[in-house]
Write a protein that binds this ligand. Structure first.
Ligand code: PBG
Length: 332
């Protein structure tokens, strides 16, 4: 077929899928993906998460099969969210999370990489990510860091490969790193939710973990510890601090709405950057695709491309299991 393109046109390199797949400088790999997984204590059978019906909270029995299926789809990195049966003002029982990690690692060993979320919001009766003062008006930094770092070391002892603190207290990375080293677990990695914004897009996740701030306190949002969408400088400061305190991976979350943060971090740090495409962002694509406005797989691919362009080398996605198939079959 005769092609009539003007000299100097950029369209020569976009004229068909074969040439596009050759010259695109960015290529995704399913190996860059982490799949979030949820396990709830005393749950009888897996339950779907509201507004993200293809994602299920697992029981301690079903989690092994769940991971096996994911491995078959090409995923071997996981971010675990344990949901305890009992919530307290000051959490003191982390045995369910410990047992879950032991069970998973006993089964899969080093064939998988297991990161565990480190936060208190699914443990506390008030739903905050840390310990509150007696009047329940504020979240206390040092008291929270003390418990969070103890919890992190416990899960490292259980066999977690990576600890991923999402609480947003100050100096928790240093506390966790110090305690890991003192327990001869200094080789464990820390993935810090450094640039975690106070966002509207965590809704389905909070439903799944029963972890919204509630009437148990007079503080009804997480703005005193999570970052403001209007303050990019604090995100950079938090990331730089966490890197210097011993974090191995720096996370930005939500992902798509904060691609600018990923890009500016990329210029300033050499630590790998992970982007967490969160539950609300995922649900938005679900709803758009249900209404026929977008094609699900192509919409996810487009988001993933934007995260990669911004500078994220790791993507945390509820669709991680589809990454291999979608990337292989994508028509560039
Ligand atoms: C816990 C935590 C949250 C998410 C990950 N860890 C929610 C929150 O901060 O309220 C959100 C993940 C998602 O929405 O997919 N602190």
């Amino acid at each position: 077929m005769e092609k009539k393109l003007y000299p100097g046109t950029l369209r020569r390199l976009r004229s068909n899928a074969v040439i596009r797949s050759l010259i695109n400088p960015l290529k995704l790999s399913h190996q860059s993906f982490i799949l979030p997984i949820f396990v709830e204590e005393n749950l009888q059978s897996p339950r779907p998460i509201q507004n993200m019906e293809s994602v299920f909270v697992q029981t301690i029995e079903t989690i092994i099969q769940r991971i096996e299926n994911a491995i078959l789809s090409g995923v071997n990195k996981f971010l675990l969210f344990p949901i305890p049966a009992v919530k307290k003002v000051i959490p003191d029982d982390f045995s369910f999370a410990f047992d879950t990690v032991v069970k998973i690692k006993a089964h899969f060993g080093d064939t998988i990489w297991l990161a565990t979320d480190i936060c208190l919001c699914s443990y506390t009766s008030h739903g905050h990510c840390g310990i509150m003062n007696h009047q329940k008006t504020e979240v206390l930094n040092q008291e929270s860091v003390e418990i969070l770092s103890t919890y992190a070391v416990l899960l490292a002892k259980a066999g977690a490969d990576c600890l991923a603190p999402s609480d947003m207290m100050d100096s928790r990375i240093k506390a966790i790193r110090d305690k890991l080293i003192n327990s001869n677990l200094g080789y464990k990695t820390i993935m810090s939710y450094s640039a975690k914004f106070s966002s509207q897009f965590y809704g389905p996740f909070r439903d799944a973990c029963h972890s919204s701030p509630n009437e148990g306190s007079t503080l009804h949002d997480r703005k005193s510890y999570q970052l403001s969408p209007f303050n990019p400088e604090q995100a950079l400061l938090a990331a730089l601090r966490d890197e210097s305190e011993g974090a191995d991976i720096i996370m930005v979350k939500p992902a798509g709405l904060y691609a600018d943060i990923i890009a500016s971090l990329k210029e300033r740090i050499l630590t790998p950057i992970a982007a967490y495409h969160v539950s609300g962002e995922y649900a938005a694509i679900e709803i758009l695709s249900e209404r026929g406005i977008v094609d699900r797989s192509k919409a996810h691919m487009e988001v993933w491309a934007s995260l990669q362009r911004s500078g994220a080398s790791i993507i945390i996605s509820y669709e991680a299991e589809k990454a291999k198939e979608w990337i292989e079959n994508y028509e560039y």
